[in-house]
Every structure is written in C-alpha cells, then in structure tokens.
Ligand binder design. Structure first.
Ligand code: BTN
Length: 251
C-alpha cells in the first residue's frame, strides 16, 4: 500500500484493499472528521451484506469519508446513507441529465442497473471525539460494458455507458465531495427532514410491492414509507406494518 499525497485531508492511494478499512484505521489514529480516503483501485472493495465491490483501476470513484458525532446514536446516524444517495442522485441528474433513482437503503440505479452504492459503517469504540462514522461511496464512472465481469451482467452499469462518453473523474469527485460535505453539515444541524422530499422524489421503492430477504427469512408486502430513523415501513397482507432496518429489497 503506497501513501501518495495528503492534501486538504484527502488521502489518495493508487491501490489499496478497501477505502473503508483504511479510513477506519486512519480515524483510529486520529484523522479528523471530513478526512477523505480515495483510491484508484480497491483490491478488496466491500459491499453490503459481506459482498465484494468490483473496483477496477482507473474506472470509478472509490472513496470513504470520516465523520464523527458526539450527539447521535447509531439509529439516528442511519439516515446518512439515504442523505448520501439522494444528494448523489440529484447531482448526477442535474449534471448529466440522467434518470438516476435511489433504492432503499443505499443503491443508485439507472434503468434498474446499479451505478453506485454506499456502505456506512460505525466504529465499535467511542472515544472523546465521538462516534466514528465511515461513509464509503462507490460510483461506476468510466466502465465500458465489457469491463464488468459476467456476474454483473445486466445488474451493473456506469455513467459512461449511460451518457455515451467518458467523464472527468477528478471533476466529478470534487463536485460531489463539496455537495456531500455541505449536506452532512446540514444533516448534523437539522436531521433528515431537509432531505426527505429529495429522497422521496427520486426513490424507486415506495408504493411498490417488495420482498425483503434476510439470511434467515423474508417478508412480502408493500413499501409504505420511511420511519423517523429511515427504516422502511412495509405493510404485509395482514395489514401489519413492519419497520425494516436492514435486508435486501426485491421489487
Ligand atoms: C453496496 O452497494 O453494496 C455498497 C458498496 C460500497 C462500495 C464502496 S467503494 C468505496 C468504499 N470502500 C469499500 O470497500 N466499499 C465502499
């Protein structure tokens, strides 16, 4: 692992295991909030539910942001994933005129295919600088269709595939970092309320029949809305409403 540059609290690595893991290590060594770890390639990119995240060199944006909070508990931090997704969707829609949708809790989709995902992880230990939050963001930017492995056929796409041209990854990174930082500061002041309308406007989940699956079970029903902590409210066929905090959504 090579440490190349540290400028304005941005750590850039040509190649590393996972930006989330490196961010967590740096945070535990004292890196302040709003430090960013960015990699050109991840050798062990991590997705939700123990999955891997395809992170080839030079194609995407793979980065993690360190946040800290003294006030919020773990459930109160959960909406940060939805804030990130909604703000990214808005930026990509406005900048590239793309129909980007957000799927609860962390997927960014174009035409039902994934162009990005968010992995929010909390540190197990609390210290006097507060609860540690690592927000990992993966965006498929300049992949050609043939760059994806067969396992992602029909499931993933990239901004280049959707726009028909390559994008300047540096420019995109700077723009979304600015918007995310602004939004996180707002979230810590005002909570999820200022972002709710945005998330609802772009969501691909509410009002639809869904099947939620977990390793040990599943639930079918209709996705009604979000709870105050952004759990998904799913009404089953007996009219019982469930608060879903995790799981895979199939719609
Ligand atoms: C998902 O949809 O499963 C979440 C994917 C998150 C991938 C990003 S890439 C940067 C950061 N580092 C990781 O190892 N994972 C996240």
């Amino acid at each position: 692992m090579v440490f190349l540059t540290k400028r304005k609290n941005i750590y850039y690595y040509p190649s590393l295991d996972s930006t989330n893991l490196t961010a967590r290590r740096l945070a535990k060594e004292g890196a302040p909030a709003y430090t960013v770890v960015l990699a050109n390639e991840q050798l062990k990119g991590r997705g939700r539910a123990g999955r891997s995240w395809f992170s080839p060199p030079g194609k995407g944006l793979w980065f993690s942001i360190i946040l800290r909070t003294k006030k919020l508990s773990a459930p109160q931090i959960a909406p940060l994933t939805l804030v990130s997704a909604a703000v990214l969707a808005r930026h990509l829609r406005q900048s590239y005129n793309l129909e980007v949708m957000v799927k609860w809790p962390n997927d960014l989709l174009i035409g039902g295919r994934k162009i990005g995902g968010i992995l929010t992880e909390l540190s197990e230990a609390k210290d006097k600088t507060g609860q540690l939050v690592i927000i990992g963001i993966g965006l498929n930017v300049n992949h050609k269709k043939s760059d994806f492995p067969p396992a992602l056929d029909g499931l993933a796409t990239s901004l280049a595939c959707a726009t028909g041209h390559e994008l300047d990854r540096n420019k995109l990174f700077k723009a979304i970092k600015r918007e995310l930082f602004k939004s996180y500061r707002r979230f810590f002041r005002k909570g999820f309320a200022p972002f709710q309308e945005l998330w609802i406007r772009y969501n691909d989940t509410l009002g639809k029949p869904v099947k939620v699956t977990w390793p040990n079970g599943s639930l079918e029903g209709e996705a009604l809305g979000l709870s105050s902590n952004c759990a998904l409210l799913v009404k089953d066929s007996n009219n019982v409403t469930h608060h879903v905090h995790c799981g895979e959504i199939h719609s």
